[in-house]
Design a protein around this ligand. Structure first.
Ligand code: FAD
Length: 295
């Protein structure tokens, strides 16, 4: 693998700790982490992987991930170096998969384009946002998306505008495929109004969400309910395992207070899920993705 990456001129590191690349800050090492710098290098990386039949994952900003302590004996394709964003005069914005979502929101709103502002506090990459159909306050990224370029795990390009089934915090983009770029159509807006709106959203988030190391909401809201309120009603805020704690500010967040292991985080998540199941009969579904050795 490393020889093929080297020959193709694609940057990589061996034994790279995933805890350095996830907002939760837990997780062992990836056997090999590749850093393609463009959609072309992304495609070449996936083709190398396919030729060698090596297992792999695609990593964005790591803001929705809990990675197991034992790490992954796999290739991890890190998209962080693919971050070009272009804004057309007609409000069409095209961002590479690794572009940071918050920076893209600020770049577009400061240029007077409306459409992405509700996503201002959502960390991670454009590609991760597409796969997760990230959103907030009634907005989802698929609302403004007009095109998406995805390479499947063999590196074949597909450009299905309507092909991927975007739903609440998810899509049908399969694991192993990689979002190379996304295009959104934005509308003209007033820069001062947009600045005010993004400031207000930032303040609202800071008032309701914990700081520190976490991976956002742990569970999806069940169809007829609210995961955080259900967990709170069971008195689980502040519940801890090792250095992992159910946030006292927002019960649907687990925070790594510093030095938590993935086992702490996952154990606590399982305990919360079990307590909710026992008390209410509701089976909470994970919103965070868990990466561990494949069985
Ligand atoms: C403090 C905090 C607040 C948050 N608030 C919100 C919120 O309000 N709304 C919300 O929706 N989410 C929220 N999140 C969760 C998270 O930010 C989003 O799910 C985000 O879109 C994940 O993007 P990422 O690049 O970090 O993905 P990662 O965590 O790197 O990966 C998540 C999944 O996406 C896949 N993936 C990543 N990049 C690509 C790519 N280029 N191609 C193919 N697959 C890819 C990965 O394989 C993985 O399956 C929050 C997280 C934190 C830490």
């Amino acid at each position: 693998m490393t020889q093929a990456l080297q020959q193709a001129g694609i940057a990589y590191r061996e034994g790279e700790p995933l805890s350095r690349h996830t907002t939760m800050g837990v997780g062992g090492a990836a056997a090999v982490m590749a850093f393609p710098r463009s959609p072309e290098e992304l495609r070449a990386t996936l083709e190398i992987r396919a030729d060698l039949q090596a297992p792999h994952r695609v990593l964005g900003g790591g803001s929705n991930l809990v990675v197991a302590d034992e790490g992954l004996d796999e290739l991890v394709v890190n998209t962080e170096s693919m971050r070009a964003v272009t804004i057309g005069e007609d409000g069409r914005v095209t961002a590479e998969g690794g572009a940071n979502l918050i920076r893209t929101v600020l770049q577009t709103t400061r240029a007077g384009w409306r459409g992405l502002e509700s996503a201002v506090g959502i960390p991670g990459s454009i590609g991760g946002a597409a796969v997760m159909n990230a959103g907030a306050y009634g907005f989802s990224i698929s609302d403004v998306m007009t095109e998406i370029t995805v390479y499947d795990e063999d590196g074949q390009r597909t450009e299905p505008p309507e092909g991927w089934r975007f739903r609440y915090r998810g899509s049908s983009i399969p694991e192993g495929a990689a979002v190379a770029s996304l295009t959104a159509q934005l509308e003209r807006g007033d820069t001062e109004d947009l600045a005010e709106e993004t400031r207000a959203i930032g303040n609202r988030r800071r008032a309701t969400q914990p700081g520190g190391r976490n991976a956002g909401c742990v569970f999806k809201n069940p169809p007829e309910g609210h995961a955080g309120r259900t967990i709170d009603a069971l008195g689980l805020k502040g519940r801890r395992r090792g250095k992992a704690v159910v946030s006292p500010r927002h019960a649907n967040f687990v925070v790594n207070e510093g030095g938590a292991t993935a086992a702490d985080v996952l154990g606590l998540i399982e305990e919360v899920r079990e307590r909710v199941r026992a008390a209410t009969g509701v089976e909470l579904e994970l919103e965070v993705k868990v990466w561990g050795p494949r069985s």
